[in-house]
Ligand binder design. Structure first.
Ligand code: PMP
Length: 389
């Protein structure tokens, strides 16, 4: 039987539901001459059996950790950002051009991998509270890595502002005709558009458009905005509920629920913290980025998830389904269960498994061990999460 090659949908024009059947002549067994890029996109949509059984709804998850360059949905974004920069002649291969980015890790890993594949250098600025697995990997990929103390976004030393400054400084520092390019994932349209052009169409294709809710956290907001816009505006699935999964300490939950980032009392505490106070990496922010704004009007609901719930869900997924994921994926799955229970029995909910647990051994999975969850066997997911049916 004909199967769509992994890159057949990705990067084509936005795929209409009825067009999917028009592609049956593309096979997996062709040689992917584009190299590692062929491993990006067209990820499987898994049924999470244990959660589907427990909720009486179908819980589906896009296995984004199977994107085969940097092993997260950021492969899609990094590829789109680089392609657009090349089209605008902001990047030219094999000239010493350097891609600069501020990232908590995943985008840096995807950019560093694709930079290698395409003849660029990568210079990544990241906060120093993120797991070492990610910065070690960046080193092995040959990127220059600056781990910097956590600072408010208003500070010139915030990791994003630093990356931007480094890009500006590039020509003066190198003076060899090479250029610096700031990837700018938080504000660049190429981010949400990557999901609009690939993740969204893939979800439609894989479900035949039967999606009652899409649940995702926001780091830059690119995933939720791009998928929401595709589902609601392009595929015209007006009734699909878009649900934000938000970790504790993030300001977005209140923004969606009440239109303001924080209550007055919380605001003062947050100003002091200046960061999302959670063990969860990759999602949860205290500002509205351009990428989140691109889909904000389409978000119908938000679910706040505690660190403990995220830890318990991660453990549950390993124990019941053999699915070993990181913290943002766990938050998404907790929120997917909560969102599913607000829908009629039999509904279909789609969420995202962002990255593998192997990237989170030293922090998130250590915490799971310290909480003693590896010793416990949970029998009821609602009880484990402390939520009512
Ligand atoms: N999960 C992980 C592990 C991430 O690194 C990110 C991005 N920072 C996300 C989820 C969120 O994706 P987005 O930036 O599209 O909101």
């Amino acid at each position: 039987a004909a199967v769509a090659r992994r890159d057949s949908i990705f990067w084509g024009p936005p795929v209409q539901l009825e067009d999917h059947e028009a592609n049956p002549d593309i096979h997996h067994d062709e040689i992917a001459s584009e190299g590692i890029e062929a491993c990006i996109g067209n990820t499987p949509l898994l049924k999470i059996k244990s959660l589907s059984e427990a909720t009486g709804r179908t819980i589906l998850a896009k296995a984004e950790f199977l994107n085969g360059a940097g092993n997260s949905p950021k492969d899609r974004v990094a590829l789109n950002i680089i392609r657009e920069a090349e089209a605008q002649r902001l990047l030219t291969p094999h000239r010493g051009d350097t891609i600069y980015e501020g990232t908590v890790g995943s985008t840096g890993i995807s950019l560093a991998t694709l930079a290698r594949a395409k003849g660029y250098r990568a210079h990544i600025c990241m906060p120093d509270d993120q797991s070492f697995e990610k910065s070690d990997l960046l080193h092995h990929l040959g990127a220059t890595v600056e781990r910097v103390p956590v600072a408010p976004i208003t500070s010139p030393d915030h990791f994003v502002n630093l990356a931007k400054r480094r890009a500006i400084e590039h020509e003066r520092r190198h003076n060899d005709g090479s250029k610096g390019f700031f990837a700018n994932q938080f504000e660049s349209k190429a981010n949400w558009q990557a999901h609009f052009r690939s993740t969204g169409p893939e979800i439609c294709h894989q479900t035949d458009g039967e999606v009652d809710a899409f649940v995702a956290g926001a780091g830059t907001g690119g995933t939720i905005a791009g998928v929401a816009r595709y589902l609601k505006e392009e595929a015209n699935l007006q009734n699909v509920k878009i649900v934000l999964a938000d970790p504790q300490g993030s300001g977005l939950f209140n923004k969606i629920k009440y239109g303001v980032m924080y209550s007055a009392t919380e605001r003062e505490g947050t100003r002091r913290r200046q960061q999302v106070d959670s063990i969860v990496e990759g999602i949860g922010i205290n500002r509205v980025t351009d990428n989140f704004e691109a889909g904000r009007d389409l978000v119908d609901d938000a679910v706040k998830v505690t660190d403990e719930q995220a830890c318990r869900m991660a453990r549950w997924l390993v124990e019941k389904d053999g699915i070993f994921v990181g913290s943002s994926s766990s938050v998404n799955c907790v929120a997917a269960v909560v969102a599913a229970m607000k829908l009629p029995a039999g509904s279909q909910v789609v969420t995202i498994l962002c990255d593998s647990g192997t990237r989170h051994l030293s922090k998130f999975w250590k915490q799971i061990k310290e909480l003693g969850l590896e010793e416990e066997e949970a029998t009821d997911v609602f009880e484990a999460l402390g939520i009512s049916k």
